[in-house]
Ligand binder design. Structure first.
Ligand SMILES: Nc1ncnc2c1ncn2[C@@H]1O[C@H](COP(=O)(O)OP(=O)(O)OP(=O)(O)O)[C@@H](O)[C@H]1O
Length: 696
């Protein structure tokens, strides 16, 4: 940047403020002397360490792609200034950036809906309704599938924005009162939140699963909907870290169930502290009334067509899970596990509808196949505990699946209303990149998802750019930045000659006596050794410092994964004997949740379908669906870590913009022709040069 003049304003790095604005006093070769704003201090910095400020007429601009100087400080500055004025939505090229206001804003009522539905979108302020309206118009006029991809960190506002999208679509299509499908789509949410959300440190109402909601349209009307879900955090059923909670539903039904029902489910006089799976969690959330939420849940259940028997069966299964958690052992040191006196084994057996002795055998002394024969194995208390915990997790996941399946049946495409073919608007609400101090298999799954979604974005942007150039016959060497991400994606999911992380993990899961260590060794041998580095040349893999894991160079940054428990997490084993007991349960609801085990060959197949493989398949299906759509991208931003309104932490925001592709989008846009300006805007801005040229 050598075209700096004195009196120009630039951004310089600043310890306390992340960036500070400064005025140029003197330029000297590669260095520049600047005076910080509101200060008399002068400092000398390298020109390369400065970024240009935009002229004041760009202050609080609606679309950051229009900034003359498109750089990190300018983007953060713009978002911050807007945020101070409650302008939480800002465009950045193809992205809509949404900064969580942490306070209710009066920008979502019916007046706003009409304004965006009837108004000129270009003239209106950036808004989640604007994006939604555009998707709706595309579905109507172009009859092409649309998608809105909403991502961001936990607490950034994904779910709130997703709700606004659905509210908007329901609202603008609700004139034809012939069906209450819109109402049903809205009522699915409280159910999903009860069973899929929990209080975490970052968010009192955190979704512990990802979802893709598809809303089908025909002739501009909603004719059906469907919900797909991903990566439910079912380990939360067993334990929660300090200051967090289990899924909301446990607290809601414990405080809301009527007395007669409680007695029947063995919950009489019992509360959160009486159950091992809840004991260490927060009993309440400030300002949240679990009993009232329970009432709302029952209303939603009814609207969604759940009958009393089904609702009761769901609560019964939840109680069963809690009782399973309370089965203790005599001594945790023994070689052979024994149930503790008073362990609620009979209650569990009675509620689960299977014989207590068969359950006892399956947990304490299971028969396993050794060659052609079955032998009895002895189980330590820790192993027995793990067997029970796995059943509890599995039960919870099956209830969740049952509920979503049932909701989907209720929202199924209404053939009678669908005149001709329908198109959908799909809304994806899924966690963004996770880079924690300790990262495990769950983070790999979510980061792999984000790597694929970012690739999808980059590729989409490339196609659009390419079309622009082709339209204007501009000779340009196209670069598909989507390709940049392929080496990392291969490193994770390749199944060819050089197996990726997931395939190697699957492989280790069937090798006898394999351990997390042996998995790591294989991984390093395949990807980390110099002789193989030549083969792959990806540079996306390295071993971590303490040799407890490995590092993947994601587009969002380097992530250090610890391999502890990966084999177990990927296998997610569950006692086949107990599965079969549940499948033969005298309780028809439970029996239906555990359909008969498939034939031997099917079984083998099933065993191979690890958590990683299943996720990969689901993601492939999602990507297929997304590629049939015109995508729209919403990036939610957490403004601070204190859940406070009006507090804008610049460094925190900057880190998110780097991770979530907004800055990447800017980089790609700049690698093309930097600016596209309409002639009417171009003339007043640059005509001065013509004038100057004439004078000179
Ligand atoms: N547009 C908004 N208006 C008002 N409050 C908001 C808005 N967006 C987010 N919030 C507040 O922030 C909280 C967290 O938002 P939300 O649950 O949508 O985050 P999330 O990104 O879905 O997080 P997670 O990944 O943990 O589910 C909300 O409960 C709400 O209090």
């Amino acid at each position: 940047m050598s075209d700096l003049n004195s009196k120009d304003y630039v951004w310089i790095a600043d310890k306390a403020e992340t960036f500070a604005r400064a005025c140029i006093v003197l330029t000297d070769g590669d260095m520049v002397r600047v005076r910080k704003m509101d200060s008399t201090d002068e400092v000398t910095v390298a020109i390369d360490a400065t970024e240009k400020c935009n002229p004041p007429n760009f202050d609080k601009c609606d679309d950051m792609a229009e900034l003359t100087h498109l750089n990190e400080p300018s983007v953060v500055h713009n978002l911050r200034q807007r945020y101070a004025d409650d302008l939480i939505y800002t465009y950045s090229g193809l992205f809509l950036v949404a900064v969580n206001p942490y306070a209710p804003l009066a920008i979502y009522d019916e007046n706003y809906v009409s304004m965006y539905h009837d108004g000129d979108l270009k003239a209106l302020k950036p808004h989640i309704f604007a994006i939604t309206e555009r998707t709706y118009q595309n579905v109507r006029a172009k009859r092409k599938n649309q998608s809105i991809l909403v991502t961001g960190e936990s607490g950034a506002g994904k779910t709130e924005n997703t709700k606004k999208i659905i509210q908007y679509l329901s609202s603008i299509t609700h004139q034809a009162k012939s069906s209450n499908i819109e109402e049903k789509i809205l009522q699915a949410n409280p159910i999903l939140e009860s069973f899929g959300n929990a209080q975490t440190i970052r968010n009192h109402n955190s979704s512990r699963f990802g979802k893709f909601i598809r809303i089908e349209f025909a002739s501009g009307q909603i004719v059906g909907a469907n919900i797909d879900w991903y990566l439910l955090e079912k380990s939360r059923v067993l334990k929660q870290t300090a200051k967090e909670r289990n899924f909301h539903i446990f607290y809601q039904f414990l405080s809301g169930l009527p007395k007669n029902k409680r007695a029947e489910l063995g919950l009489d006089g019992k509360g959160v502290r009486d159950f091992a799976y809840l004991r260490d969690s927060n009993p309440t959330i400030p300002h949240i009334d679990d009993r009232a939420e329970f009432g709302q849940l029952l209303t939603s259940f009814r609207i969604m067509g759940f009958n009393d028997a089904e609702i009761h069966a769901i609560f019964r299964t939840l109680a069963l899970i809690l009782h399973l958690g309370n089965i203790d052992f005599m001594s945790m040191k023994a070689d052979q596990a024994q149930f503790a006196r008073g362990a609620p084994v009979d209650r569990v057996a009675e509620m689960a509808g299977f014989p207590a002795d068969a359950f006892t055998t399956a947990v304490l002394r299971p028969k396993v196949k050794a060659g052609k024969e079955f032998v009895t194995q002895s189980r330590t208390p820790f192993q027995a505990r793990a067997t029970i915990d796995a059943v509890a997790k599995m039960l919870y996941e099956r209830i969740f699946r049952f509920i979503v399946d049932k909701i989907n049946e209720e929202l199924v495409l209404d053939e009678t209303r669908a005149t001709g073919e329908s198109n959908f608007i799909g809304v994806l609400d899924i966690a963004g990149f996770e880079i924690f101090t300790k990262n495990s298999f769950e983070q790999l799954c979510i980061n792999y998802t984000n790597e694929r979604l970012q690739q999808f974005f980059n590729h989409h942007m490339f196609i659009l750019e390419q079309n622009e150039y082709l339209k204007e016959n501009i000779n340009w060497k196209f670069i598909d930045f989507g390709n940049d991400l392929q080496p990392t994606i291969d490193l994770i999911d390749a199944r060819g000659k050089q197996h990726g992380v997931m395939a190697l993990l699957d492989e280790e899961c069937i090798v006898p006596r394999a351990t997390d260590r042996s998995f790591l060794e294989k991984l390093v041998k395949n990807w980390g050794e110099p002789k193989n580095a030549g083969k792959t040349l990806t540079g996306k893999f390295s071993q971590n410092k303490f040799k407890t894991g490995f590092i993947i160079h994601h587009y969002a940054g380097k992530v250090d994964y610890d391999v502890d428990q990966w084999l177990e997490k990927n296998k997610d084993p569950v006692s086949e004997a107990i599965m079969s007991l549940l499948g033969n349960s005298t309780d028809p609801f439970l029996a239906a949740l555990f359909p008969a085990t498939p034939s031997l060959s099917g079984k083998r197949n099933n065993m191979l379908r690890t958590v990683g493989t299943k996720h990969k398949e689901q993601l492939a299906d999602l990507m297929d669906q997304l590629s049939s759509t015109t995508p729209h991208f919403v990036r939610c931003i957490l403004p601070n870590n204190m859940k406070l309104p009006k507090k804008f932490d610049k460094q925190l925001v900057l880190d998110q913009l780097r991770c979530n592709g907004v800055l990447e989008g800017i980089r790609i846009a700049r690698s093309g022709y930097p600016n596209r300006i309409f002639f009417k805007d171009f003339l007043p801005r640059y005509s001065i040069f013509r004038l100057r040229a004439r004078i000179e």
